[in-house]
Structure formats: C-alpha cells, structure tokens
Design a binder for this molecule. Structure first.
Ligand code: ADP
Length: 366
C-alpha cells in the first residue's frame, strides 16, 4: 500500500486543516495509507513521534477549524543538506515516498529541492551505513504535490491561496466593527492589514469595506499623495460621510521604497484635515478563527486533486502545485509558480512596480 505523507509548513492559514482532512481521507479512499508529519519540516527532520499514521476519524471536525492542528514551524535545519538527509531517512523508515505540503512559496521551494535531491540523499544514507540498500530500493522516487496555504494570496498562477478569503472576511468584520464607532464620533481610522509584500488583502478589504484610501506595495502613490488623499477624503466628508477609513498594507511604501506607516498617515489626517484619527493594527486576528466557506471548499477540492496528482505522477512529471483559475482546480509546475512569485517580489525590490503587477497577474503557459 502506498503511503502518502501530509504536512503544513510556514505561516498558518485558515483552511489548512480542511486541506489535511481532504488529503487524509482521499488517501484512504484511494486505498493508500495516510501519514501526518507534525510541525512542518521540523517533524520531518526529527522523525519519531512527529510522523503519525492517520485514520479517517483522526480528522473529524477539522473542516472548519482555523490554524493547523498538525502544527507548523520554520525549520532552519531543513535548509541545509544534513537536515534533509535526516528527513529522507525518517521517510524511508516510515515507508513514505510521497508528500503533500501545504505552505507558502518558501515551503514549496524546500519541497522541490528535497525531491530533486532525493535519489542522491538515499545513496548517501546507504554509503554512510545509515540505511541498507534493500531499504531504499522500493522508494527511489519521491513524489510531491504542493497546496498553497497563505492568508496573503501572494502566489502567482493561482487566483486564491487557501486562507486568503477567511482573512479577508475577518478584516471586513473588524472594519465593520470600527465603522460604528468611527461614525458615532465622526472619526478617521487608519487600519493596518497583513499581506507582507502583497497588497491583495489591503486592496480587497478596501473594495469590500468602501474605504476612502488604500496603500499597496505594488502601487506606490505619487509623490503628492498627501494632498491627493486629503482631497479625496475632504470630498467624501463634504458629501456627508461621517467616518473615514484608510487601509495601509503592512508592506506599503512610496515610490522610493520608504515605508508608508499607519502612524505617518494618521499624522497627515490629523495635521492637514484636523480629523480625530485613530490607528487600528489588526495583527494576528487576521490569521485566526474558523475557515470561511470558500476556504473550506477550496482546500477540500485541492486536497483531493493533490492526492490524485501524487497517484498519477511519474518520475518525469515536474512537481505540481494545485491551483485555482476561474473557479477551476488544476495543476501547474510548482517551480514555475514559485519562480514567478519570487520574480514579482524582485521587481518591487528594484522599483519596477509595473513589472510586479504584470507578473502577479500573469497566466503562464500550462
Ligand atoms: P512560507 O512557506 O510561508 O513561504 P518560509 O519561507 O518561512 O514560509 O518557509 C517555511 C520553511 O520551509 C522554512 O522554515 C524552511 O524549513 C523551508 N524552506 C524554505 N525555503 C527553503 C529552501 N530554499 N530550501 C530548503 N528549505 C526551505
């Protein structure tokens, strides 16, 4: 019976449990054995009790749970070859040669490196006497499949990452709560939202809450943004609006890459418009809570697809990442998605904002 391991890695995101549940149950439904690797790559490197066989019942109730119940971690050891050697040995000892990883671009890069090194790692384990040749022979190819779990929606090649809609929903709820008090006192609120280098959460939160102004990493404002923002907000106030909401993505900068902070925006609003202005940094509330319906659905459909991708893989197939485009679940070459994502970030680093937007929106060839 084929044994398929599943793990979550990098930052947690709502819907990761739904993905693990789908993978575990689909693995069993396809007549294979399911194993969970706890604490991301740390569990892979440490082995032992971190790798546990999963039954159908083990994931009962996981569909809606936020966070990740099998744990996640950032693991330095796995970035180095000795860590990956230990990981390979632990998988062989458990008879696992297929892995489904739900994480961000870092985790998926690590997985692809691991897969490429795999035969070489096994040879080294035999050479150093850690494993016998008979032990490695049935497992000469490692199959991996990636699921993108991230609240930031920061992966090129997929319309949505598992977790981003839960986070967006949470942000909208929080801004709705702020609205009532902002309206009462006729105040302005500067709301800082997560997203690292990606402005998707900030932009969509702006659209969904009817914010007055939004700052995004991919689209830095013109140098006269202070006057521009104040003119827009004054206009809205002039039309009778009693509350002002400005959303600042955590990675927002001006065109010279100087950070635009919530406190600076607050000073502009209170200094130039004399608005009673408060800052709300939403922080980890944006990561927590149950997964919204869309993330449960996406994680489940993608988890199913990941198991099938593993079972259909040949040694020649490039590692797939499971994506969604225009509501259709499909597979794309994992490293292509990761490289495009990193190229987008590199564009921002050299102030090529248009290039970054193009890369983020790009539908690359299948
Ligand atoms: P995310 O997956 O959310 O992007 P990280 O970039 O922190 O988060 O990656 C999560 C983990 O994946 C790291 O702690 C490390 O163990 C592993 N990883 C990331 N990049 C690599 C790499 N280039 N080589 C090997 N492992 C990596």
């Amino acid at each position: 019976k084929k044994r398929i391991g599943v793990m979550t890695s990098g930052g947690d995101a709502p819907g990761m449990n739904a993905a693990v549940r789908a993978v575990v149950r689909m693995t069993i439904a396809r007549g294979c054995e399911s194993y969970a690797i706890y604490e991301g790559y740390t569990g892979l490197v440490k082995g032992g009790n971190f790798i546990r066989k999963m039954s159908w019942e083990d994931v009962r109730g996981w569909l809606s749970e936020g966070g990740t119940l099998i744990g996640t971690a950032r693991c330095k050891e796995f970035r180095e070859r000795p860590g990956r050697l230990a990981g390979a040995k632990n998988l062989i000892l458990n008879g696992i040669d297929a892995l489904i990883i739900c994480g961000g671009d870092g985790s998926l890069t690590g997985a692809d490196i691991f897969r490429r090194e795999w035969p070489n790692l096994l040879e080294e384990l035999v050479k150093t006497g850690e494993l016998q040749r008979e032990q490695i022979e049935p497992y000469m190819h490692l199959n991996i499949a990636g699921l993108v779990g991230s609240i930031d929606n920061d992966m090129t090649g997929t319309d949505a990452t598992i977790g981003c809609y839960s986070s967006l929903t949470r942000i909208c709820q929080a801004v709705d709560y702020i609205d009532a008090t902002a309206y009462s006192h006729s105040r302005a609120f500067v709301v800082e939202v997560m997203g690292r280098h990606c402005g998707w959460l900030a932009l969509m939160a702006g659209v969904s809450t009817g914010a007055d102004f939004v700052f995004l990493p991919e689209k830095p404002p013109a140098s006269d943004w202070e006057d521009d923002m104040c003119a827009i907000i004054s206009k809205h106030r002039g039309m009778g609006k009693r509350k002002t909401i400005v959303i600042v993505a955590e990675g927002a900068t001006d065109a010279d890459l100087n950070p635009i902070t919530a406190s600076y925006v607050k000073d502009v609003l209170s200094g130039k418009l004399h608005l009673d202005t408060r800052i709300t940094t939403l922080g980890h509330v944006q990561r927590g809570g149950t997964a919204c319906a869309y993330d449960r659905m996406l994680a489940t459909l993608q988890g199913v697809e990941a198991v099938d991708a593993i079972l259909e893989a040949t040694p020649e197939t490039p590692s797939p990442v499971i994506v969604v485009n225009e509501n259709k679940i499909s597979r794309k070459p994992l490293m292509e998605a990761v490289e495009q994502t990193q190229a987008g970030a590199a564009c921002i680093a050299r102030k090529d904002f248009e290039g970054a937007m193009k890369l983020r929106d790009r539908e690359f060839e299948e």
